[in-house]
Write a protein that binds this ligand. Sequence first.
Ligand code: GDP
Ligand code: ZN
Length: 306
Amino acid sequence: MKGLVLKSTGSWYVVRKEDGGLLRARLRGKFKNKGLKLSNPVAVGDHVTLELEGEEGSAVITEIAKRQNHIIRKSIHKTAHAHIIASNIDLAFLVVTLVSPRTSFGFIDRFLITAEAYHIPVTLLFNKIDLYDEDTLKYQERVRKMYKQIGYDSLVCSAAEGIGMEEIKQLLDKKVTLFSGHSGVGKSTLVNVLVPDLDLKTTEISAFSDKGVHTTTFAEMFEIGPETYLIDTPGIKELGIVDIPKEELGGLFPEFRPFMAECRFNNCLHVKEPGCKVLEAVEAGKISLTRYDSYKSILEDEDNRR
Ligand code: GDP
Ligand code: ZN
């Protein structure tokens, strides 16, 4: 029997059967994930194979299908352990606002490179457009155009006034979607407008870290329509953390890639190296300065973390 993991408590799981019914399932034996030392072998969003147990409505997970992608969180103890927050995400909506509060480009670009690293498509949602004056609306169009040119779609909306909701619903349809964004941008309001009868009462999941300390994470998947799911990860405003080697950071900026390939040194960090084609492209206005500034600031942060 096949199923989809909707919720995990760390020791047992809520699994949706193909007929829509729910099962309580547990793991049998050891599951090994190559490369990663995981504190949870099964995550929300996993497609699993189940065997029914004697007890009514209860099952054992015997197999996990290969994940299309997954987002992880590192253990707070800086060990090699990681915790999978969710898997098989088709789309991430990054909710941003240009006023009240203003989302920084640094935050947006950090989110985008993480999504690139995780292979998760992102659509930017510019919310609160009811608050924008004419100049801000013009500015918004420039920002959207900049992101569009490098391959990121965006929508404008107002959760407060119900603007743009139909377009968002169409994008959600038949997908597993995650909503992210800085606090205050209107994520909860948006989700409430999109799915009014959804009760986002999340279940607290306590995952034991390796030192036996409780770290609390939340993640749950909600069925909001036929084959349509929303993953809720309250408290996780970014897409988890990935360690990105400095030499690979540029490759997570899609618009850098064609230029990078032509840099004189193949380990070029695009900061001050001679023959750097990325720098030339920035100077020629072919790469936006805002994006390049984000790149440099992320690179410096990586330096400081070492
Ligand atoms: P979250 O922290 O991202 O979940 O943000 P909330 O949904 O709690 O919203 C933060 C504040 O922004 C609340 O006071 C909302 O009423 C308000 N808000 C959300 N969406 C809109 C919008 O489209 N327009 C306006 N004017 N306010 C909004
Ligand atoms: Zn370079």
